[in-house]
Design a protein around this ligand. Structure first.
Ligand SMILES: [Zn+2]
Length: 159
């Protein structure tokens, strides 16, 4: 960092403390040329989107991983990769809007909502393997919901 007083580009950090709950850092620097002190503020230009797992562990959001999960759920081959890409894009956009941290369950639910619309069979497959729906009761409840939604004879006005 170039010293604002003497313009020597040589300094040491004498103090460093988090600001705004850790999203920024304030650094007190000492110029090794003239010995004067000045302050810098540092923040990430782009906040990484973090996925918070049920265990509480956080990992960076991975587009490829999400696309892979959806592709596997759509193993029937009825849906094109372009559709998968579009779905991943929408989910990522929503997640970033809600972020910078998103619970993994929310991602799973978002995937399910999209799958339900594009391919009900894949939706059930994904629901059955997705961790948030590993309890048999959850899965059965989803099947009931799906049957309601896809029932051939629906009265007008009912959902
Ligand atoms: Zn200086």
């Amino acid at each position: 960092m170039r010293c604002p007083y003497c313009e020597v580009d040589d300094d040491k950090v004498v103090d460093s403390r988090p600001l705004e709950e850790g999203s920024a850092v304030r650094r007190r620097r000492e110029c090794l040329g003239c010995g004067r002190r000045y302050t810098t503020h540092e923040r990430a230009v782009e906040l990484p989107l973090m996925v918070v797992k049920r265990s509480g562990l956080k990992e960076p959001f991975e587009r490829a991983k999400l696309a892979d999960g959806i592709s596997k759920a759509l193993a029937g081959g009825v849906v094109s990769p372009a559709v998968v890409e579009a779905v991943v894009g929408e989910i990522e956009e929503d997640a970033r809007a809600a972020g910078p941290e998103i619970p993994s369950e929310h991602l799973g639910v978002a995937v399910l909502e999209h799958l339900k619309a594009i391919d009900p069979v894949s939706y059930l497959r994904f629901a059955s393997v997705y961790k948030g729906f590993d309890a048999v009761a959850d899965f059965e409840a989803e099947v009931v919901e799906l049957n309601k939604a896809t029932a051939p004879k629906r009265r007008p006005g009912s959902h």
